[in-house]
Design a protein around this ligand. Structure first.
Ligand code: SAM
Length: 416
């Protein structure tokens, strides 16, 4: 199993079980939060909105059991000097702390409960605004032989004024604490366990549209504090790849895991932008069973991605077009079904005709009138009726290509 600069697609439990003991220096894990929320995710060009679930059926015990299995593996694969940062919030942080105390065996492995505080508009009355997340920091070792680079913050302007440009520090002489002063330029304080860092606002340049994307600064602190250049950083719930991009920039090796093929492709792009080359995604769904078990939008993204096409914007999706071939801009409709028949082909004809009208109008305006009206439907299989309907449509000038998932695989040479 490759253990350097690779993205694994699939359940992190399966992938982590394949990893050897004591091989990772730092793990940052940002799992679904047990929040029962449905996010709207904006993918690609910012117009396509799809839903992303962070819900949990079966209650908190079920969630903690699910997390326990994964935290057990994280503990096993950490090197003796390694660290885990588990990102969570009020929904489950207290349950997770109790569970992690058990997995990490001794209380002494617990280092910090880091509070990431931010400002966020809250509409809920009768209580204080919930404006922080919790990051639980554990080390595999109970003693001080773990990697830790102390970080510092600047002393506040108020403190500097009060101490007239010098900062009081404690010094020990023969075991006795004495006050001493540091000159202004050295006046820094060890970083506390509460970190005021802004959340990514909707206009932030850093924002990719992934609803749970974390700020780069947050990951910089964690990676700088608990790893050194050349160390291996793992993010088993990698999302849009914030950890990988920061690790790459800071000269660390990395492994990202996510169950979503779309997220894996997004993080590959991101880490390449950060300077990585030859990045491989291992485990993208390939068999029919894999593909049938994908969420519908993941399946569409897989098909259109393999065909090298572009996924359509939501407003066009309403017309029944899921994407387009890259060069010719032929519409593609994707059905995660077997035996797609005449009714589906009929509906696609209507969508194609509407698309054709728009295209014809645009072509007329440009003064280059004629173009072929072609489209593709992809499904696991088609009925005889569907093929007959395609022949009828051809006589009306509509060229529809019925393509099976197998056909997509062999035509476009899909590989994991
Ligand atoms: C809260 S998001 C992580 C966001 C990430 N920190 C970022 O900055 O983009 C949680 C991610 O975990 C992934 N996920 C959920 N269950 C998983 C599993 N069993 N194995 C791997 N990934 C999983 C989801 O697809 C989602 O991308």
């Amino acid at each position: 199993m490759k253990l350097r600069n690779v993205i694994y697609c699939g359940d992190n439990l399966d992938w982590m079980r394949k990893m050897p003991d004591d091989c990772v220096d730092l793990i940052y894990a940002d799992p679904p939060f047990f929040s029962n929320r449905h996010y709207e995710v904006i993918w690609n060009d910012g117009a396509e909105i799809r839903s992303f679930e962070d819900g949990w059926s079966g209650g908190i015990n079920h969630y903690i059991e699910w997390m326990w299995l994964r935290c057990f593996e994280m503990h096993r694969i950490l090197k003796p000097a390694g660290s885990l940062y588990l990102h969570c919030d009020w929904h489950a942080s207290h349950y997770l702390k109790v569970m992690l105390d058990e997995v990490f065996a001794k209380q002494k492995c617990f280092r910090n409960e880091i509070v990431w505080c931010y400002r966020k508009w809250s509409t809920r009355g009768g209580q204080f605004a919930r404006n922080h997340d919790v990051i639980l920091f554990y080390t595999k070792n109970t003693d001080s032989r773990h990697t830790f680079n102390a970080l510092y913050t600047d002393v506040s302007a108020g403190t500097m004024r009060r101490w007239k440009g010098r900062k009081q520090v404690a010094q020990f002489e023969a075991g006795v604490r004495k006050a001493a002063y540091e000159p202004r330029e050295q006046a820094r304080t060890p970083m506390p366990d509460w970190w005021p860092i802004s959340i990514l606002n909707p206009n932030s340049k850093e924002r990719l549209g992934y609803p749970t994307q974390k700020p780069r600064v947050l990951l910089e602190r964690i990676i700088e504090a608990s790893s050194n250049p050349g160390h291996l950083v793992l993010d088993p719930f990698c999302g849009c790849g914030t950890t990988l991009a920061v690790a790459q920039r800071l000269g660390r090796d990395w492994i990202g895991i996510d169950v979503s093929p779309t997220a894996c492709k997004l993080m590959k792009r991101r880490v390449e932008q950060a300077g990585a080359t030859g990045v491989e995604i291992v485990g993208l769904p390939m068999t029919d069973d894999d593909l049938r078990s994908l969420k519908p939008f993941e399946f569409q993204n897989w098909v259109i991605g393999v065909m090298g096409g572009t996924v359509s914007e939501r407003k066009v999706k309403d017309m029944g077009i899921d994407g387009y071939t890259y060069f010719e801009r032929w519409p593609i409709q994707v059905k995660q079904q077997d035996k797609v028949g005449r009714p589906e082909v009929d509906k696609f004809e209507t969508a194609l005709e509407r698309y054709g009208e728009r295209m014809r109008k645009a072509a007329d305006e440009r003064g280059n009138g004629t173009f072929a009206l072609k489209g593709i439907i992809v499904a696991f299989s088609f009925t005889k009726d569907a093929h007959e309907e395609v022949a009828t449509a051809k006589s009306r000038g509509l060229d529809i290509w019925l393509m099976t998932v197998d056909g997509v695989r062999s035509e476009f040479g899909a590989s994991s």
